[in-house]
Design a protein around this ligand. Structure first.
Ligand code: ARG
Length: 589
């Protein structure tokens, strides 16, 4: 569809005398309205015509000047210029794209892929938990979304640099040092994350009871900043325990970073930054602290950004400014995206404001993508004190429920695989991870995630397991075709055969398959993996319609092969799409 969109965009450009790109085209919600549409609203003022008049004008020009090939029809619908690719052309061109490439080798194909490194450098920061605390379910949001954008970005030709900006520096590590002294704990190999959390809670309580201890904690952090060996050793141990713990979960989620550069990574760059800001005359003294006055992009005043506190300690924002500058020097990025909770909106506005006041021309390339919280409907989770639910607990709950569900399914004689699945830890794990991750990604990042385990693992709803199941169904059709009809597992594209396809459900399915690259692109430009998640649901629905109405394996050998081509194309797009979202693909379900 991308190729078609380019032809359409060029035709509109020729009529309007300005550059229109495929990114300016929209995908109508229902493919029967067209494969893509060009909205004319924005042109109304300049052309002094109503949007529908402009649309009509564009259509008549495109037609009379024969700006598009015969197989691309164009019509005006209200304020839109809509394009429809003829079914034959869809079949020929799209299926060829989907089924060529290295499908046989990777079994996923390369449909929609763009050559590596052709689209500039994208620094993507995500996950970024604080050390000495377990990963909370809330951390799934930046982790799953970041990892999905990371994979999609690479697939679409960006040179992605992924960074996990661990919270490993700051006053709270002074608190831990205090706790070690108060409770007479020494570093040893028995130290665990659970104990670290416990020590942190206990030291907070101790400070509440005796506020004079606070100075000791603050002082301990200052000493850490100055490289005190004892406190540094303690801090290092906490980092080590935390990273090990995080990695165990990252591995379950299939998440890897190019760089794990926590806040501490920038510690040598903080004083030079303060000096630089002083030289540029940007620092002002406010209540004993050094601050930079900042505005947002619309020139509204924001709270000043503190860079150095009165006791000389730097803060979170200082490290973010230093980190941004370092990353730009190192990677000369075209875009830098921070996937961080909505509550840090002001923080990022301030940080970007400082970069702008420093006159750094690339400040506008930085963006903060916020996300919402988790809300639990399951009683077990929602009543928990402090609403602190770990990601591992949620995965365990989902896995337990998947195994139960599979045992229930196994009672149905039509579901011979279910008993096997229930007994397989690896498959239950894949389904549970797929369910939880998909549920998170499917929710628009800015909205809160409503979590209810039965809904999340349901095979019938708009869920991960529903998609995983559709994928295994495609596989089993192909397997059966292989065993019964003797066709290869991965039928090769055959131009003559696909011309046998023509049923409405077949054409609709091909059109939806054709939208895959557009949705990849949209996921990237809006930094929303929910775009891809919704697309995969639509695809699966289109596949179900096709499967319901069109018998794949029949006496008509040609038609069977043509339909198998369609099944294989669906399987590849589903597998690729799910893989990019980080949803594992169980073999059988
Ligand atoms: N560690 C922070 C937290 O858990 C998030 C870090 C976000 N990234 C950044 N560059 N500030 O709240």
């Amino acid at each position: 569809m991308e190729r078609f969109a380019k032809i359409a965009a060029q035709a509109i450009s020729a009529v309007l005398g300005r550059e229109i790109t495929p990114a300016d085209l929209e995908t109508p919600p229902d493919p029967s309205m067209g494969d893509f549409g060009f909205p004319c609203f924005k042109l109304s003022k300049e052309f002094r015509k109503s949007p529908p008049e402009i649309a009509k004008h564009v259509v008549s020009e495109v037609k009379s000047r024969k700006l598009v090939p015969d197989w691309l029809s164009v019509n005006a619908a209200g304020a839109y210029v809509n394009f429809v690719v003829a079914a034959d052309e869809c079949m020929r061109a799209l299926l060829k794209d989907m089924l060529s490439g290295d499908g046989l080798n990777t079994s996923l194909g390369t449909y929609g892929m763009l050559p590596a490194g052709t689209r500039g450098t994208w620094v993507l920061e995500y996950s970024s938990p604080n050390i000495a605390k377990p990963l909370n379910i809330y951390h799934l949001r930046p982790t799953a979304l970041g990892a999905a954008l990371d994979r999609i970005g690479r697939y679409r030709g960006f040179n992605v640099v992924s960074i996990n900006h661990l919270g490993d520096w700051g006053k709270q590590y002074g608190m831990l040092a205090l706790a070690f002294r108060l409770f007479n704990r020494k570093i040893d190999d028995k130290l665990t994350m659970t104990e670290l959390v416990d020590l942190y809670v206990k030291s907070n309580a101790a400070v509440d009871a005796d506020p004079s201890l606070e100075a000791e904690a603050r002082n301990a952090f200052l000493k850490l900043e100055q490289g005190d060996p004892e406190i540094t050793a303690l801090w290092k141990k906490c980092v080590e325990i935390s990273i090990k713990e995080f990695n165990r979960i990252y591995q379950r989620l299939g998440v890897k970073f190019d760089h794990v550069w926590g806040e501490s990574f920038y510690k040598d760059k903080l004083m030079p930054l303060i000096d630089d800001l002083k030289k540029r005359n940007l620092l002002e003294l406010s209540e004993g602290a050094w601050v930079v006055r900042v505005k947002d992009e619309k020139e509204n005043d924001l709270l000043p950004c503190i860079m150095q506190k009165s006791d000389g300690a730097t803060i979170y924002a200082t490290r973010d400014v230093a980190a941004a500058i370092y990353r730009h020097e190192k990677f000369n990025f075209d875009r830098m995206t921070y996937i961080v909770g909505a509550e840090q909106k002001l923080h990022f506005q301030q940080v970007f404001g400082v970069l702008r006041r420093m006159g750094l021309p690339w400040a506008g390339k930085c963006e903060h993508i916020p996300f919402g919280l988790y809300r639990f409907k399951d009683a077990k989770m929602s009543t928990r004190k402090g609403n602190f639910v770990t990601l591992e607990e949620v995965l365990a709950l989902a896995k337990e429920r998947v195994a139960e569900l599979m045992l229930e399914r196994a009672k149905d004689p039509d579901k011979p695989e279910a008993a096997h699945v229930a007994a397989s830890d690896a498959i239950c794990e894949a389904i549970a991870v797929g369910a939880v991750v998909f549920h998170d990604l499917h929710t628009d990042p800015v909205r809160d995630v409503e979590f209810e385990v039965d809904r999340v693992v349901d095979f019938e709803g708009e869920t991960g397991p529903y998609l995983q199941y559709a994928h295994t169904r495609c596989k089993s059709i192909l397997r059966k075709a292989h065993d019964v009809v003797g066709v290869p597992q991965c039928p090769a594209y055959d131009a003559a055969l696909v011309m046998r396809l023509g049923a409405a459900e077949e054409i609709q399915l091909v059109r939806v398959l054709g939208r895959f690259p557009l949705h990849l692109e949209r996921s990237l430009s809006f930094a929303k993996a929910s775009q891809m998640a919704h697309y995969l649901i639509d695809l699966t629905k289109a596949f179900s319609c096709f499967y319901r109405e069109c018998r794949v394996l029949s006496d008509d050998a040609e038609l069977t092969l043509a339909r198998l081509n369609l099944v294989e194309a669906t399987r590849r797009v589903l597998a690729r799409g799910l893989g990019l979202l980080g949803i594992p693909l169980p073999d059988r379900m």
